[in-house]
Each structure stands twice: as structure tokens, then as C-alpha cells.
Design a protein around this ligand. Structure first.
Ligand code: NAD
Length: 471
């Protein structure tokens, strides 16, 4: 597969795709080593994770450079590799605290029976990840799954595959890890082969792909942990601090060029502060600098050509239906890269795709609302329910509004806090995902099945127990 460089537009990297046969062989190889991995104590598995942390650190700058080409983002790539080290450290500390199957006890409902409780990890977990944060989203589920004792078959996105070369070196340097964690290269075909061979799936990606994978998992009767797209709303209440709200909304909408699942994508502002809000955010949006020189600037090009087309289509649709563009407003080709400046749109409504479909780009469509009920109705008028924001100086009021938004995580007086906070459990609502939280303690505990050993200590009941008696 030829891979496009998002900065130059050139196809300058060859991805050697794994065949279905190769995926099956990797799965078999992991399965042959997984029982031994599962039988290690949690302390022994943490010791292996610490060896990986050391080898990952050795390859950190190589991985960050490859990631920087994959995504055309230097600083974020460094933050991403640093974030993985943080995750490895956090799970090294937290997993042994959480691994705590209850001690043997007497049953409360049958007092001659002793209960022994075992936690059994899924043998082989498939992790399939997207292109927007290629390293972080490849490893966020992989690390706790490994600590639970699962083997992992990991297929990152074919759009941003360069970082896999450095990552694979860091894995191969730790033989015990290499036996139970293998990378799969390729696109949908390789992904399907993964889904068809594992015992559980952790998928991060779009709703349409998530639905297809969910259907296969249902047919195969294996669990699917699906983390999908969003269309996150912000509600800016009439008493909000405008400086705080405009800074946070801008950063959340256009940080990482808006290519984050938890980016704010539609903004509802109280009528009495709407004009000031629009004026301030437009000024700030216009001042955002582009990294056309990779060493300078705040916002990079769009990573994925097809996403750039979708963003342009949404802008065109909004303009055709009467929207006003106050900044940015088109996808530009600069030296082969596809760029979109922060784009403030007003005069928008829910008949426009920009207000209802996921954008995954740096657009800031803003609507005024008259009542809080109206704002909530619009915020909840969506097939998505990933996350959201509320801005208000009144903490209680903000919590009251946040409690009525149908989404899994609500940032108050900020945007996209789920990219910083990893220890708060959250479930996606509606089509944004399904099954146990990847964040917080559940991120580890969801990889175990609970098994009960029921030990009879008295003589078992005999058939006399079923004797019918006349009363
Ligand atoms: P995508 O659904 O196109 O692809 C994701 C992955 O699935 C890729 O690795 C791809 O090769 C693989 N794939 C495609 N078809 C497959 C199939 N039939 N079977 C198995 N695997 C298959 O998503 P994308 O464009 O890479 O990523 C962007 C999407 O990811 C956005 O919708 C974004 O919101 C979402 N996302 C969600 C979260 C979250 O935590 N909820 C985080 C980041 C991104």
C-alpha cells in the first residue's frame, strides 16, 4: 500500500500489508504463549511492562519522528510518546492495586458451599485504531489488556503507519512481550482478519466501521468495546466568562486541526452574549498560525485527504444554505499539503451537515439560543453522545445543565478534558460507542471474565429433595 505524506501530498512510504494468512499465524503464535503470560503474577507482568517502558524510551525519539511524518505534527508527536510513557507508569502502579479477586468465602444463599472467585482474562484481544492519534489510540487499550494477562493483536490505521516501525523495535527488544503482542499492518482487509480471529475487540474509529465490526462480533459472540465518533456540543450560558469560553472553545475546536474525537464541533451561545462571543472568537481564530514551516506555528495540515474533502463539502453545504463565513472557509493546497484555517461559521442551523455530521476538522459553527431548554434540545439533537462542554460562572447551574446532556463526559468551563483526564470512568451515549469504559479502573477490569468455583462442604442433596409429597 502506498501511503500519503500529509505535509507534501507525496506517496512516499510503502506499507507491506499482512495477508489474512499472516494475521492467522500471528494470532496462533500469540495464543501459544498467552497461557504462560496469563499464569504469571501481576507483579511479573508489571516487571515486563517496565522493561518495555525502558525500551520504548530508547526508541522514543525515533517513534516521535516517524509519528511527526505520519501526522505532520512535531510537538503533538512528542506529547503523544510522552503520554505513552505516562500510561505505562500509571498502569504499572494501578494494575497491581486493582487485581484483587475476592478471597474464598461462604455463600450467603447456600451456607454449606464455599465460593472461590477467579478472574480469567480474554485470551486474545484485537485492538484496531484510527489515524488521528496513531500511537496513543493504538496503545491506550493494549497496555491494560496486556496487564490483565491477555495477548494482543494490534492493527493501527493504514493512513498513518510509519510509527509502527519504531514501536515494533521497542516491542521486539523485550522477548516476553514480543511473544504476546504483535502488530498487524494494513487496512480494512487486515482489520477484518483480526476481528475474525480474536476473543474480544477494542475498536476506536468511525461509527460506520464500528457498526460493521459490532455486527461481526455479535455473530462471533465476542465482546466489542467500541469507541466511536462524536459531534460534541458546547453550551455557553449567559453568565459565562467570555475570555475563558472563547479560549477554550477555540483550542478544543481547532487544536490538532480539529482531528480529535472529543473536539467541540458545534457551539450554542446565549443570545445576550452571542455578538461579543462571535467577535472575540473570530479575532482569536484569525490569529491562529499555521505550521507551513514545520518548526513554527500552531496548527498543521489535515492528515487524511478524504477527510479534507468532507470538510470542504460541509462548508459548501452550509454556505449554500445561508451560512456566513467569518474566518477561514476553504481547504487550501499549500505545497501539496491540505490546509484549512480555523473557520468560524454563523447563521447555521441543524439542516446543515456541519451541525449534525462529524466534521473532524477546524470548524467553529455557532448558533445563538434564547432559553436553556432550547440549548439543551439542540445539544441533544444528535445521533452522537461522546462528550460536551458547559460554560458558566455558576458552578451549580453548569452542573444542572451538564446533567441533562446525553453524553459520556462533560467538561465544565473547558473543552475536551477527556484528553487530559484518564482516571474518570465514562461510557459513550448513543452511537458514539458501547461497552465498558476505557478510562479509569474499568479500563483494566473489563478484560476479565469472573469465574466462580463452588465447593460443596456437606453431603450433596440427593434425589429425595425432589420427592413430591401430598400435603
Ligand atoms: P475508520 O473507522 O475509517 O478506521 C478505523 C480503523 O478501522 C482503521 O485501522 C481501519 O483500517 C480499520 N477498519 C476499516 N474497516 C474495517 C473493517 N471492516 N473491519 C475491521 N477494521 C476495519 O476511522 P478513522 O477514519 O481511522 O478514524 C476517525 C474516526 O475515529 C472518527 O470518527 C473519530 O471520531 C473516531 N475516533 C474516536 C475516538 C474515541 O475515543 N471515541 C478516538 C479517536 C477517533
Amino acid at each position: 500500500m502506498k501511503v500519503r505524506n500529509p505535509r507534501t501530498g507525496e506517496y512516499d512510504y510503502n506499507l507491506q500489508e499482512d495477508s489474512t494468512q499472516s494475521v492467522v499465524e500471528k494470532a496462533l503464535s500469540i495464543r501459544s504463549a498467552q497461557k504462560e503470560w496469563q499464569n504469571k503474577t501481576i507483579t511479573e507482568r508489571v516487571a515486563v511492562l517496565k522493561k518495555w517502558l525502558a525500551s520504548f524510551t530508547n526508541f522514543q525519539s525515533e517513534i516521535a519522528s516517524q509519528l511527526a511524518v505520519d501526522t505532520a505534527r512535531k510537538r503533538i508527536s512528542e506529547v503523544e510518546t510522552g503520554g505513552i510513557i505516562g500510561l505505562m507508569q500509571a498502569w504499572s502502579y494501578r494494575a497491581p492495586q486493582l487485581y484483587n479477586p475476592p478471597a474464598e468465602r461462604t455463600s450467603a444463599s447456600a451456607n454449606t458451599v464455599q465460593i472461590g472467585q477467579q478472574w480469567i482474562p480474554y485470551g486474545l484481544v484485537g485492538v484496531i485504531s484510527p489515524w488521528n492519534f496513531p500511537l496513543l489510540l493504538a496503545l491506550i487499550d493494549t497496555i491494560p489488556a496486556l496487564m490483565a494477562g491477555c495477548g494482543v493483536l494490534l492493527k493501527p490505521s493504514e493512513v498513518t503507519p510509519r510509527f509502527m516501525d519504531g514501536l515494533e523495535k521497542s516491542i521486539k527488544a523485550v522477548p516476553e512481550l514480543n511473544a504476546v503482542l504483535k502488530l498487524v499492518r494494513g487496512g480494512a482487509k487486515a482489520g477484518k482478519a483480526v476481528v475474525n480471529t480474536v476473543d474480544a475487540i477494542c475498536f476506536t474509529g468511525s461509527v460506520p466501521t464500528g457498526k460493521k465490526i459490532g455486527a461481526v462480533c455479535a455473530e462471533r459472540f465476542i465482546p466489542a468495546f467500541l469507541e466511536l465518533g462524536g459531534k460534541d456540543p458546547a453550551i455557553v450560558l449567559s453568565d459565562a466568562d467570555l475570555e475563558v469560553a472563547t479560549d477554550a472553545v477555540l483550542r478544543s475546536c481547532v487544536g490538532a486541526t480539529g482531528q480529535a474525537c472529543q473536539s467541540l464541533e458545534r457551539i450554542y451561545v446565549a443570545e445576550n452574549i452571542y455578538d461579543d462571543f462571535v467577535e472575540q472568537i473570530t479575532k482569536k481564530a484569525t490569529a491562529v498560525t499555521m505550521t507551513t514551516n514545520p518548526e513554527e506555528g500552531q496548527m498543521g495540515p489535515l492528515i487524511f485527504e478524504q477527510q479534507a474533502e468532507k470538510i470542504q463539502e460541509q462548508i459548501n453545504d452550509a454556505i449554500a444554505k445561508g451560512a456566513k463565513i467569518l474566518s477561514g472557509g476553504k481547504v487550501e493546497n499549500i505545497n501539496g499539503g491540505l490546509w484549512c484555517r480555523p473557520t468560524v461559521l454563523t447563521n447555521v442551523n441543524h439542516k446543515m451537515s456541519v451541525m449534525v455530521e462529524e466534521t473532524f476538522g477546524p470548524l467553529i459553527p455557532i448558533m445563538p439560543f434564547r432559553t436553556e431548554e432550547q440549548a439543551l434540545e439542540w445539544a441533544n439533537d444528535s445521533i452522537f453522545g461522546l462528550s460536551a462542554s458547559v460554560f458558566s460562572k455558576d458552578r451549580e447551574k453548569a452542573i444542572e445543565i451538564a446533567s441533562q446532556i446525553e453524553a459520556g463526559a462533560i467538561s465544565i468551563n473547558d473543552g475536551s478534558l477527556t484528553n487530559k483526564v484518564y482516571d474518570a470512568e465514562k461510557n459513550s451515549f448513543k452511537e458514539s460507542g458501547i461497552n465498558g469504559s476505557r478510562m479509569g479502573d474499568a479500563g483494566f477490569l473489563r478484560f476479565f471474565r469472573k469465574k466462580a468455583l463452588l465447593i460443596q462442604t456437606a453431603h450433596p442433596e440427593t434425589m429425595a429433595h425432589f420427592e413430591e409429597k401430598s400435603s
